[in-house]
Design a protein around this ligand. Sequence first.
Ligand SMILES: Cc1ncc(COP(=O)(O)O)c(C=O)c1O
Length: 361
Amino acid sequence: MTKITPQPGIMEIALYVGGASHVEGVSDVVKLSSNENPYGPSQAAIEALRRASFELHRYPPTDHAGLRAAIADIHGLEADNIICGVGSDEVLQFVAQSYAGPGDEVIYTEHGFSMYPILAHAVGATPVKVPEKDRVVDVDAILAACTDKTRIVFIANPANPTGTLLAEDECARLAAGLPEGALLVLDGAYAEFVDGFDGGAALVQARDNVIMTRTFSKIYGLGGLRIGWGYAPRAIIDVLNRVRQPFNLSNVQLGAAEAAVRDVAYTDKCRADNARLRAWLGEALAAHGVESDPSSTNFILARFGSAQEADDCDTYLKSQGIIVRKVAGYGLPHCLRITVGDEPSCRRVAHAIGQFKGGAR
Ligand SMILES: Cc1ncc(COP(=O)(O)O)c(C=O)c1O
């Protein structure tokens, strides 16, 4: 018997399952399973990436000063309170690694993003799942679940895969009600899709127990490049920077992200296109008898009559070359999560669901 054993919690981790991108035997495939920007990144980001490729022999800066300044500039934040990571996943990992360990509890919600329990297990902490109310984060349920062992509460706002938004005053009530020593993480991966929403930045500024994370993978169309950031009180940023590897982001990542965040016109256009097509898709699905909650993101959580119907619809969509996301693993077996694609993709998925509901199999 080997004496080489992993740390506590590691073997509890259920491997993260990403969105599929192929269908066996089908060539004209539309991928609506990973909430990607269907238009790709800003041209300015692609140009910056090309320029950065001439510097591949140089180590990147360790302080990310240029990117942090750009983020601070555009969002009206303090650059010193920003930390950048390899996707927001890495920033979330810094938080778990720095603030939770064996014996501690990490709260996430019923349909919360699957990385939260993974991160808790990875540091040996105990993930605690709390119910939601009609697919919306329930502040009272979270506060009731807090104990003196609670160290982190992870919430995505807007949430994935439900697409719902927790009101700002509810976030503030949650932050104010947490036990001393517990941190609230507001994961704003989809915050840019909500017009005029700061993702919780003002709450971070007002308190000492709130962290906000953001990503370049969604509205900025840079999921393949892996860049995210966090905004937190200075004392917390100082902690997180101690576990961050100095060269975690390359020149290419830094250059592209800086150009992307500064291209406000492109981001605004993506937000507007998404809002228009999301409304259209929601109505088209409803016309076919498929309900959904108002979404604050770039996807719609389509609700079917049963898990069987959702499964059958997924199979039919695949046969038509359309890949959406099954979310049974998120406690939503009767639902499919459908990314808002470009207009032809939205029309194609709505048409196929109409055919399915009309009896096509
Ligand atoms: C709620 C939420 N948080 C974080 C992430 C991770 O994003 P990133 O690509 O920045 O690691 C995702 C990605 O799907 C997400 O949906």
